[in-house]
Design a protein around this ligand. Structure first.
Ligand SMILES: CC(C)(COP(=O)(O)OP(=O)(O)OC[C@H]1O[C@@H](n2cnc3c(N)ncnc32)[C@H](O)[C@@H]1OP(=O)(O)O)[C@@H](O)C(=O)NCCC(=O)NCCS
Length: 188
């Protein structure tokens, strides 16, 4: 049977209903099975709550999702505005069919509308090529500090030595300050 084309929306956080949060959480629990005890009920975020969501639905079921939030991080001791990106997921049933790529291209359009110089996210080594295929660039030799508020714990400082990626949006990669990355907060 042919899968119906998903319907895409960009939603302001404040416009989400409880039902929307529940539908997003249900999809995230499937995309991140190790964390399905975290995305329960209406908890549709992990650490920092996003300000915008890009959502794909099929028959009112969420099949792909990303969260975006503008914030300042400290890079090499300098404040840097970024569009933090996270909660990136495609429902397992539809993975590997291009939905993730479309999600990232729509994410880039939202980051441009938000007029941020860069998108920023952290990921595991195995997913770097996925983001790379959408123009995200790996920050080599960059350690990043953030405060966890996730299923892994709350208020714990976490350091990741790799897996930080930037997307040049209204700036070029050469404009990225370079140096250690401090979130002073949770990740989206
Ligand atoms: C990662 C994820 C969002 C990708 O979505 P998807 O719909 O499966 O990806 P697509 O089919 O659109 O693939 C897009 C491109 O990325 C590549 N890609 C996708 N997943 C990949 C992976 N795990 N490793 C390497 N490349 C990958 C594809 O080959 C494709 O490349 P191409 O454009 O050169 O053909 C999805 O697999 C998922 O939700 N995974 C579980 C949750 C997760 O890990 N989220 C990311 C957290 S940071």
């Amino acid at each position: 049977m042919t899968e119906p084309a998903p319907e895409w929306t960009v939603v302001h956080e404040g416009d989400l209903t409880l039902t929307d949060h529940e539908a997003i959480a249900a999809m995230l629990a499937q995309a991140f099975p190790d964390w399905d005890h975290w995305y329960v009920g209406g908890r549709s975020w992990s650490g920092m709550q996003p300000e915008r969501r890009v959502i794909a639905t099929v028959d009112d079921v969420v099949v792909a999702h990303v969260g975006i939030r503008r914030m300042f991080v400290t890079v090499g001791g300098r404040d840097q505005l970024v569009g933090a990106v996270g909660l990136v997921g495609v429902t397992p049933r539809l993975q590997g069919r291009g939905l993730g790529g479309e999600l990232l291209s729509r994410t880039a359009a939202v980051l441009d509308e938000l007029a941020v110089p860069f998108g920023l996210l952290g990921t595991g080594e195995d997913r770097v090529p996925f983001y790379g295929s959408a123009g995200w660039r790996l920050l080599s030799d960059t350690a990043g500090w953030y405060s966890a508020f996730t299923a892994d714990g709350a208020g714990l400082t976490v350091v990741d030595d790799e897996g930080w990626l930037v997307l040049p949006v209204r700036a070029t990669l050469e404009d990225w300050p370079g140096g250690e990355l401090h979130w002073d907060a949770q990740l989206v």
